[in-house]
Ligand binder design. Structure first.
Ligand code: NAP
Ligand code: MG
Length: 479
């Protein structure tokens, strides 16, 4: 790849900042480099975004015109689908079987869903409660200003669009900081947005590392921050914004349960449980990483999941037959193998997998650990790798207690034919999303976010606008 540069104010903005190598996780080879942007570059981007926010061309744009821009943006991304899918696979190591059928089509779908919103965002007239008819009152909903978007490397394109699309629909301007491991789709997206007709400075990209993200977090010109990443960094960001009370939403880690009930249709529950944790080598925040199966069917379920995992062809992410790609980096590989090791040392049984795949790149075998010890690291910690931790259960009450015994609460999965029980469990599970007889199925209309340490706030649906709009009350004496 040619050297990558920041994209600020609608132009490619070269800098003298030191460079960071970008690797192909399938081979470990350097494929390009990006600047390690510092405070100066971040400041330029925030200033460009602020200038664009104040420009009548954007600020006073009719909602229907903003709708058309978002649709044109979606059209251009759709036309670029193949190129974008290849780029995302090369950069992130995610098999093209997924980037071409999930990442790019989802990004397009989210842009189109949010294209429908500018024309529906409005305040409301409100009869004053104590002042009576001599007063006229109403609310306005106004974009918060410049928003800082920080995303991780596991779904670089989708997670950027989950933030960008509603922010732009609301009339904000944005500075996007992609992860250093996966910078390319963000840049390509910014160029497509410009081509679609978004005014210069509405969508800026600054490249760099955690320090670059920190500079964005600390910049006084940023009105709101939307962060997706680890719970550790989320806590640091929260501590930073205490100084100026920036608005902030946090989409953080997970350790989501998959509960298979005795009456489940095993023909779909077993492959579903396997896909939930082995797609993208488990590098999915809402992966079903803790499996609960009835004790009597435990062996059958584990054999089934191991069988499905064995069909996940390991290979080059750009080969359409590949279903198991690499982890993102050597550091992630080391971390996942160390956590497997620590879980086994603490008493978990290795049912299958557990080793690095002997080839170039950062591949780990689909792995199943078994433990009934809720203190085992396998039960408690987010691995962010292809590792399922399985636990047998004896009754419903016990499985709910075990499923909820986590610092996280991002998602939960229930497999059963008994829909009454499924909906009862949906109420009892502490999770931002409960999937019943399905998995890996977010929807743009459905709010997404975490209970407990999985985050603050919700993305998607109408709820997300609470973060990108301020509500202003106007109260007038008219009589
Ligand atoms: P991470 O280390 O927290 O990084 C996320 C982003 O924050 C990256 O762009 C990173 O930059 C940047 N960053 C790092 N330190 C920062 C700091 N001090 N201030 C501001 N920004 C900083 O997370 P990750 O390991 O890349 O991603 C995996 C995590 O994301 C997992 O925990 C996963 O569960 C979570 N995740 C959550 C969701 C959700 O929707 N809830 C979705 C996907 C992933 P660099 O990478 O360039 O250092
Ligand atoms: Mg990369």
């Amino acid at each position: 790849m040619p050297p990558a540069h920041n994209y600020i104010g609608g132009v490619i903005a070269a800098t003298h900042a030191p460079r960071i190598d970008v690797l192909n996780p399938a081979t470990g080879e350097v494929i390009g480099d990006i600047p390690r942007s510092g405070k100066g570059e971040v400041d330029s981007a925030v200033q460009a975004a602020r200038a664009a926010f104040d420009e009548p061309a954007w600020r006073d744009m009719a909602p229907a015109a903003r709708e058309r821009l978002l649709h044109r943006f979606a059209d251009l991304l759709e036309a670029d689908a193949q190129g974008m899918a290849r780029l995302e696979s090369l950069d992130s190591g995610k098999p093209i079987a997924f980037t071409s059928t999930i990442d790019v089509p989802y990004a397009v779908a989210w842009l189109r869903y949010y294209a429908g919103w500018p024309t529906k965002l409005a305040g409301k007239a409100q009869a004053p409660a104590i002042h009576g008819p001599s007063f006229h009152a109403y609310t306005l909903r106004e974009p918060v200003g410049v928003v800082g978007l920080i995303v991780p490397w596991n779904y670089p394109l989708i997670l950027a669009v989950w933030k960008l699309a509603p922010a732009l629909a609301a009339g904000c301007t944005v500075v996007l900081k992609p992860a250093q491991n996966t910078p390319y789709s963000a840049l390509r997206l910014a160029h497509l947005a410009r081509e679609a007709g978004f005014p210069p400075g509405v969508f800026n990209v600054v490249l760099g590392d955690g320090g670059t993200g920190q500079a964005l977090v600390e910049h006084p010109g940023v009105a709101k921050l939307s962060f997706t990443g680890s719970t550790r960094v989320g806590k640091q960001i929260l501590a930073s914004v205490a100084s100026d009370l920036k608005r902030v939403t946090l989409e953080l880690g997970g350790k989501s349960p998959t509960i298979i009930l005795p009456d489940a249709d095993m023909h779909s529950a077993i492959p579903g449980a396997a896909q939930s944790v082995f797609v993208h080598a488990g590098q999915i925040c809402f992966a079903g990483t803790r499996l609960f199966a009835p004790r009597k069917q435990f062996q059958q379920v584990l054999d089934g999941i191991a069988g499905v995992a064995a069909t996940f062809g390991v290979g080059d992410p750009l080969d359409p037959a590949t279903l198991l790609g690499p982890l993102i980096s050597q550091a992630q590989l080391d971390s996942v193998l160390a956590r497997i090791d620590a879980s086994v040392k603490a008493g978990a049984t290795l049912f299958c997998g557990g080793r690095q795949v002997p080839r170039a790149g950062y591949y780990v075998e689909p792995t199943i650990l078994v433990t009934e010890d809720r203190a085992n690291p396998g039960f408690r910690e987010e691995f962010f790798g292809p590792v399922l931790v399985a636990t047998p259960y004896d009754d419903l009450e016990q499985v709910v207690a075990m499923a909820n015994d986590s610092d996280y609460g991002l998602a939960a999965h229930v497999h059963t034919r008994d829909l009454a029980t499924a909906h009862q469990l949906a109420r009892k599970l502490q999770a931002g999303t409960v999937w019943i007889n399905t998995q890996l199925a977010p929807d743009p209309a459905m709010p997404f976010g975490g209970f407990k340490q999985s985050g603050w706030g919700r993305e998607n649906g109408e709820d997300v606008f609470d973060h990108y709009l301020e509500t202003k009350s106007v109260i007038a004496r008219i009589g």
